[in-house]
Write a protein that binds this ligand. Structure first.
Ligand code: CA
Length: 249
């Protein structure tokens, strides 16, 4: 039972983690280190096996290499997200191009880490994601659960059931997108810098990862805004950050 928000208190004990990685050495290294921490690691070394395992079994977390024989990590991520918005997904990128990162986050990954990476950094990322998913209610929460929605213009957000409706139509958000939106909803009108959002929503702050925030903001806008280039909900405050336009004022 997790009773603290401190990511360092999260343990990998008995966590079921899928690693899809064709480079044997990295796969072995991950299995060894994460296994040592008590996690139950399943390692697939090609995209076909990875896709099958990722979509047919429940996981606490999935780590996907992008370049794989068979379906790529991006393909697998996209397929998983069609039916499962909650499972945390980390992408391993071999190239450090912005494009990889943007595409990776656009297909619904929660985080990415560039190779070569340090094991401690990866473990910190895993813990931060597990901490978040561990504090979320189970997705199959009974519908009768009292959950007063927050309404902002045509947007309706229910925190307990993690549902978002726009003009009455349900919008599907990944776990991280919801967390980000909820953070804005809890602080309407307040401006957050990308660094603050990384720290407060992602639970860590590594220099150079501010781009993660941009990608998630863009995805949220694509889902919530009728004109994402001219947003009415999450607006950019140039040179400072982002804020939720408070339509209730
Ligand atoms: Ca690879």
């Amino acid at each position: 039972m997790i009773t603290t928000n401190d990511a360092s208190a999260v343990t990998l004990e008995n966590k079921k983690i899928l690693v899809v990685e064709d480079e044997q050495e990295i796969g072995n290294l991950l299995s060894l280190h994460l296994g040592d921490m008590g996690a139950e690691i399943h390692h697939a070394s090609d995209g076909f096996t990875g896709l099958e395992l990722a979509t047919q079994q429940p996981w606490d977390l999935i780590i996907l290499d992008i370049q794989l024989p068979g379906p790529s990590g991006l393909d697998i991520c996209r397929r998983v997200r069609k039916t499962n918005r909650q499972v945390p997904i980390i992408l391993l990128t071999s190239r450090t191009t912005e494009l990889d990162r943007v595409v990776g986050l656009d297909v619904g990954a929660d985080d990415y880490i560039s190779k070569p990476f340090g094991m401690m950094e990866l473990i910190a990322r895993i813990k931060a994601l597990l901490r978040r998913s561990g504090t979320q209610p189970a997705p199959e929460l009974p519908q009768s659960n009292p959950d007063l929605p927050v309404r902002i213009n045509n947007l309706e957000v229910k925190e307990t059931s993690r549902q978002v409706h726009l003009s009455g139509k349900e919008i599907e958000l990944t776990a991280r997108e919801f967390d980000l939106l909820m953070h804005f909803v809890r602080h309407p009108g307040r401006v957050f810098s990308r660094t603050e959002l990384l720290d407060q929503v992602w639970g860590y702050n590594h220099e150079g990862y501010e781009h993660t925030v941009n990608s998630h903001i863009n995805r949220l806008r694509a889902k919530l805004e009728s004109d994402p280039r001219n947003p009415e909900y999450i607006v950019t405050c140039w040179g400072v950050g982002y804020k939720l336009q408070d339509h209730r004022v």
